[in-house]
Design a protein around this ligand. Structure first.
Ligand code: NZQ
Ligand code: ZN
Length: 382
């Protein structure tokens, strides 16, 4: 196992009716800005629950944060925070609202010219407004981590940052809030959580016995509970399981002491930036292709996954079987696994590959995936 430091300060309040606890979770006497998305929280009753729980408190609102939250929109909230001397941000919605809120939290205090540099140039930013979260979409794990992914329309970019200052102080996870999710977002959530585990698991063995078993447990729960929730969206027990798995899939725990990949996510972000595909739609297309391309390098872990998670009998090509079965799992949930199914051709593959070269980034746990390899992987996605 490799050396590591583990830190996760997020207080999780899980369960039906837990939004009632907001009143005690948000520090008293602070000026609050509540952030939200396109209006789902007004349709499913979450907005009313939040307002009721904070009834006597001074709360301003900032709505309209888009899926794949846009820098251009978030900067309007930054202006409000500065002008109104906001002291606490309350994110109510999915991963996009929370990621956007994390950016607002840092950008408000960012003294240099353009807060976009936090993403584009990894510019240092230490101070952030404190954040609380009511998560309504289990998928990203943002509710329990310090990551954020922001898109910029003017440059067609989608970039990530991580900063310990933006860990939410608390996250309320009430599975009942997820009953209103569309089938598309429900599927997306299962796929995103599954791929998060894989980015931290499907690399090469380092004798990390506990972390491997933890990851395998999460994968097995998703293989069981994913179809359950897709087939019976009103099943609260299945919703609860998915909600807890998604939070655990990217809260730092299974990353302890193991190599990580993240090639699928990095290429996926480019596909969202150029074509607007949902985050999870890109992942279901790219991950099998990354695995085919890196089959030799990942053989040890692919075989372990085949045996322990998929319960496949060893064959001449166990690794290949594991890849095919995983693609079948995505398809069984109703998620496409080929770019052609979205009407996307190879026109921009070279441009995507070049972007990584321009940024000086090599992908993968071995750092062996550069421009040429990205183009090859994209060709395997067709
Ligand atoms: O905007 P509203 O009206 O709220 O509707 C949203 C949105 O249209 C809707 N929704 C959310 N909760 C709902 C609901 N609809 C009905 N009932 C509910 N309970 O769902 C739509 C999608 O929401 P969004 O927040 O965009 O989805 P998700 O949570 O999957 O977030 C995706 C974003 O997170 C980033 C992605 O790149 C993408 O930008 N990621 C963030 C990560 C992180 N912070 O650690 C890691 C991930 O890998 C990912 O990259
Ligand atoms: Zn993801």
């Amino acid at each position: 196992m490799q050396d590591f430091t583990f830190y996760n300060p997020v207080k999780v309040v899980f369960g039906k009716g837990s939004i009632k606890q907001l009143g005690t979770l948000v520090p008293s006497g602070v000026k609050i800005l509540m952030t939200y998305g396109g209006g789902s929280i007004k349709q499913n009753g979450v907005y009313d629950q939040v307002r009721e729980s904070l009834s006597e408190r001074p709360v301003m609102e900032f709505g309209g944060i888009q899926p794949n939250p846009r820098y251009e929109t978030l900067m309007k909230a930054v202006e409000i925070c500065r002008r109104e001397s906001i002291e606490f941000l309350l994110s109510v919605g999915g991963g996009s609202v929370l990621d956007g809120t994390k950016f607002i939290a840092l950008a408000t205090y960012y003294a240099a010219d353009d807060p976009w540099d936090i993403l584009a140039k990894c510019a240092p930013a230490e101070k952030a407004l404190p954040i609380g979260c009511v998560m309504t979409l289990p998928a990203t794990g943002s509710e329990m981590n310090m990551m954020s992914v922001i898109s910029r329309d003017s440059t067609q970019e989608k970039l990530a940052f991580g900063n310990p200052a933006v860990f939410p102080q608390f996250s309320i996870l009430d599975p009942e809030t997820t009953l209103s999710l569309s089938i598309r977002q429900t599927r997306n959530g299962v796929v995103d959580a599954f791929v998060h585990v894989m980015e931290q698991y499907m690399t090469y063995p380092v004798d990390a016995a506990l972390q491997d078993r933890q990851s395998e447990g999460l994968l097995m729960a998703l293989l069981d509970e994913g179809p359950r929730v897709v087939n019976a969206p009103l099943n609260t027990a299945a919703r609860a399981n998915i909600m807890w798995v998604a939070a655990q899939a990217l809260n730092g725990l299974i990353a302890c002491g193991v190599p990580q990949d993240w090639t699928t996510h990095m290429i996926g972000h480019e596909l969202t930036a150029f074509y607007g595909l949902d985050h999870a739609q890109t992942l279901a297309v790219v991950m099998p292709a990354v695995w085919w391309h890196q089959k030799k390098e990942k053989a040890g872990k692919l075989e372990q996954y085949a045996e322990r998670v998929l319960k496949l009998h060893p064959s001449e090509d166990t690794a290949g079987q594991a890849i095919s079965k995983t693609e079948e799992f995505f398809r069984s949930l109703g998620v496409n696994t080929r770019l052609s199914e979205y009407g996307i051709g190879s026109e921009r593959f070279e441009e995507i590959g070049s972007r990584f070269e321009q940024r000086g980034i090599k992908l993968g746990e071995h750092g062996n995936i550069g421009r040429k390899e990205v183009v090859k992987i994209l060709n395997l996605c067709r």
